[in-house]
Design a protein around this ligand. Structure first.
Ligand code: F6R
Length: 610
């Protein structure tokens, strides 16, 4: 978590740092800070608790703050509460400042050792030991680069850092291990950031640092060294991001913008992956054919919303005869496994940097899982680099913390994967043609589902004074209920739970009363009659139901039952369509609750801590 940005230029870097911070705020937003050095070797540091707007206010009170080199940080607290003293940059000595994204696992040992050397600590963070260590090496005669190289040798954990020093006002040194860091290439200037989007207003050209790399930016000369200190020529990557794609445009929130972008995102994810009536298998990579032939089963690993996509896919894979297990990454990585023969590990991730998913993949490789495939939305991310096969979801940047278009495009990619593996099992070419045709219908069906927004907005009013909600689904729609509940709780702070509808009678029915809205999705599938029976069980106990039902189910309003008709779709794509109204419902409930929709409390977009 946390976002870092840095710049070395001939001009005042403050606007570049602030713009970068705004674009990185999705990575954490409980405190924020900058440090800049001017040509006269003066360093200034300003930090604030809260979001970037608080830093801007502090800068307004200090209008003289400017510099030609600088670093900045937006924090998601791990060690130490979100106070000003814990906000980055951290300093050691009068002129050395450092920002860090990550966790230093041996910070307690380093802290003890530094205390015996006379260092006084100003914060509760694990980061302060890094800046002290760099300071110690500078004092012993090292220059900034040498000091950083020596420091990272003693650090354990995952981190990305940026360091500046008032004695060398044209220099910025960065390093990464585990956490992401990119170098932006400007004309006579250079930059550092946690991701490309942070720098999109100043450059399109980037070096993506490899794990263990150190970068020395000195007067806009960029020198990258690997973990052995050898100079490396990394390839320049040109970002396809546009400034508009990471800006709000006409929308009030990124979440709403991203919900509305889903039809295009899905069309983009399908483009080049299907042709005529069939899947283009090579779109999974040149090795796909060989690896799929050698696959007997699938192990999906993911977190949060991405995990829910995996749960839906399990139904799809097994229907086509492909055995599939799905596990939350943080659980997968920390238990003993009986490794199945020829099992393909599939990681799902919007960011490609979720540390639990990365660690689970690394564990899977270590213990002998055969091959790996990632379905990911971030090109150049660590998961993409570390997987044998890659299927990018072309959702475009997702900025809202609550994942929306990444989820539906993951489902599309999983559907494609199910076809690829199903071909080697029960899937006939006629069946494949039918599934492909249904996928082609998706963008238009998503547009139709989005048209439900006005009615969903009205329904959201019913949640204004509610503290709990229950979501129900059956089959592939149980994970969709889980996703609906997650969306509602994370952005509206209403406690929400999801159950397979058949499980109600085994306990949760006791919760039902008129104060607990029950939301259900009712596709027109073979489980419909059973679902209807469960809905009646709730009504019979005074529960109030809101049901999003396929128009062909012919369900209609009754006492304590409000039905919202969703255009009819085939059951193979229904989970994607029924997700849309649930996203819109949580968005409009959050608006009524007045929460910070795009940056809900305590959360961050890219979870790079364990
Ligand atoms: C919820 C949400 C999170 C993420 C989870 C995994 O709306 O966004 O639950 O899905 O943190 O993130 P990725 O997909 O980036 O690995």
């Amino acid at each position: 978590m946390c976002g870092i940005v840095g710049a070395v230029a001939q001009r005042n870097v403050l606007p570049i740092l602030l713009d970068g911070l705004r674009r990185l705020e999705y990575r954490g937003y409980d405190s924020v800070g900058i440090a800049v050095v001017d040509a006269g070797k003066q360093i200034s540091r300003i930090r604030s608790v809260g979001k970037i707007i608080e830093l801007e206010k502090a800068l307004d009170e200090n209008p003289e703050t400017r510099g030609i080199t600088g670093i900045a940080h937006t924090r998601w607290a791990t060690h130490g509460p979100p106070t000003k003293s814990n906000a980055h940059p951290h300093m050691s000595g009068p002129g050395l400042a450092l920002v860090c994204n990550g966790i230093i696992e041996n910070h307690e040992d380093l802290r003890l050792a530094q205390k015996t050397r006379g260092f006084k600590f100003q914060s509760d963070t694990d980061t302060e030991v890094i800046v002290n260590e760099v300071y110690q090496h500078l004092n012993n005669g090292a220059d900034l680069l040498e000091a950083v190289q020596a420091t990272i040798k003693v650090l354990e954990g995952a981190f990305a850092i940026g360091v500046i020093c008032s004695d060398e006002p044209h220099r910025l040194v960065g390093a990464r291990r585990g956490s992401p860091l990119v170098v932006g290439i400007g004309e006579g200037e250079a930059f550092l950031a946690s991701d490309m989007s942070a720098l999109i207003s100043v450059t399109r050209d980037f070096y993506i640092l490899d794990d263990g790399d150190v970068v020395d930016i000195n007067n806009a000369n960029i020198c990258i060294m690997d973990s052995l200190g050898q100079i490396q020529q990394r390839e320049i990557k040109t970002s396809k991001l546009t400034a508009e794609s990471v800006e709000l445009g006409e929308h009030r929130h990124f979440m709403l913008k991203e919900i509305h972008e889903q039809s295009t995102a899905i069309a983009n994810t399908l483009e080049g992956r299907i042709s005529g009536k069939s899947l283009l298998e090579e779109s999974f990579g040149t090795e796909a054919n060989r690896i799929f032939d050698a696959t007997l089963s699938v192990q999906i690993i993911a977190c949060g919303t991405s995990y829910h996509a995996g749960l839906v896919a399990k139904y799809w894979f097994e229907e086509l005869g492909v055995p599939c297990q799905v596990e939350i990454a943080s659980e997968f990585r920390s238990r003993v496994h009986a490794v199945p023969d020829k099992c393909l590990v599939v990681t799902l991730s919007q960011s490609g940097e979720t540390i639990d998913t990365l660690s689970a993949l690394s564990e899977a490789k270590k213990i002998g899982f055969a091959n790996s495939l990632t379905i990911c939305n971030a090109p150049e991310s660590s998961l993409v680099r570390e997987s044998d096969l890659v299927m990018m979801t072309h959702a475009g940047p997702e900025i809202g913390v609550a994942s929306t278009k990444a989820f539906t495009t993951q489902l599309v990619a999983l559907r494609l994967l199910a076809i690829a593996l199903g071909r080697r099992r029960h899937l006939s070419s006629e069946h494949e043609a039918k599934l492909v045709a249904e996928l082609r219908e998706l963008p238009a069906k998503v547009e139709e589902a989005i048209k439900l927004e006005p009615i969903i907005k009205e329904i959201a009013e019913q949640f204004a004074d509610k503290h709990h909600a229950l979501f129900l689904g059956r089959g592939t729609h149980y994970p969709i209920a889980l996703e609906g509940a997650l969306k509602l709780k994370e952005i509206s702070y209403i406690h929400a739970e999801a159950y397979p509808a058949g499980e109600l009678k085994h306990g949760p029915l006791a919760l039902i009363d008129s104060e607990m809205p029950v939301i259900s999705v009712a596709p027109n599938d073979r489980l419909l009659d059973k679902l209807k029976a469960n809905i009646e069980e709730v009504r019979a106990r005074g529960g109030k139901l809101i049901v999003f039902a396929d128009v062909e189910t012919e369900m209609s309003d009754q006492q304590n039952l409000q039905v919202i008709n969703v255009a009819s779709v085939d059951s193979s794509i229904a989970p994607i369509i029924f997700t849309i109204p649930l996203q819109l419902l949580s968005y409009h409930v959050a608006l009524i609750k007045g929460t910070d929709v795009d940056k809900p409390r305590n959360l961050a977009k890219s979870v790079t801590v364990e």
